[in-house]
Write a protein that binds this ligand. Structure first.
Ligand code: SAH
Length: 212
């Protein structure tokens, strides 16, 4: 299940689908995705599919994790501090943590956050700060991120997330209700102008307000 061959097969599939950033492929190839799932599902960890993590939430499909991560890295200049909205299992968090110096991640379901924290600890990942909060409001302190990645879909982009982009900061976020579009937003320098680019149709869980 965790053999190199199984993981290589997943990486080949991602390459076939157009993922090309070598660092992203390497990190995904080296990260034990099965540790982010309940045991009953861990045999499916290296399939390119979204999988349930409880509480009605899902661990995103590896292709989507790869695509969002490579988009964030490719569009940003320097990427020191990244905010993730929707920690979930902690899988996407762990991928980011291997690629950028500081990862901050917000989750509104406490038991998911607790499990994610334990997994990150077991993997020896130390450059992640986790917060139990409604990520619609980003992370108001420090409130300056070079990159923000949301793994839950709002109907429209929350103003707080735009406000918390550093100069030239980059936001990657699925937007919409039934039909969702993965969207890239870049802050133009230190202005309040934001350039928006629609990437592809996607299916994410909704960004919900309040705590659960
Ligand atoms: N990145 C996760 C994906 C989990 S699914 C992973 O790799 O496993 C999206 C997550 O977003 C869910 O855990 C859900 O609870 C969370 N979420 C939804 N709305 C949120 C909000 N307003 N604030 C913080 N987290 C939210």
């Amino acid at each position: 299940m965790t053999s190199k061959r199984t993981r290589d097969r997943l990486i080949n599939r991602l390459v076939d689908q157009g993922v090309s950033d070598a660092r992203v492929l390497e990190v995904i190839g080296n990260t034990p995705r099965h540790l982010f799932l309940d045991e009953a599902l861990s045999h499916r960890a290296y399939e390119d599919t979204a999988l349930p993590i409880g509480h009605g939430q899902t661990l995103s499909q590896p292709y989507i994790v790869a695509r969002m991560t490579e988009t964030l890295i490719g569009a940003a200049g320097q990427l020191n501090r990244v905010l993730e909205v929707g920690t979930g299992s902690g899988y996407q968090t762990s991928i980011l943590a291997q690629l950028v110096p500081e990862v901050w991640s917000v989750e509104r379901i406490k038991p998911l956050q607790d499990k994610a924290r334990e997994r990150l600890r077991l993997l020896g990942i130390k450059n992640v700060s986790l917060k139990y909060a409604d990520g619609t409001f980003g992370w108001p302190e420090p409130a300056q991120f070079d990159g923000i990645l949301s793994t839950a879909a709002p109907r429209s982009i929350p103003q707080s997330l735009l406000d918390q982009l550093a100069p030239n900061g980059v936001l990657v976020i699925p937007v919409g209700a039934e039909a969702q579009t993965l969207t890239l937003v870049i802050r133009e320098g230190d202005t309040d102008n934001f350039i928006e680019q629609k990437l592809e149709e996607v299916k994410f869980v909704p960004l919900l307000s309040g705590l659960s």
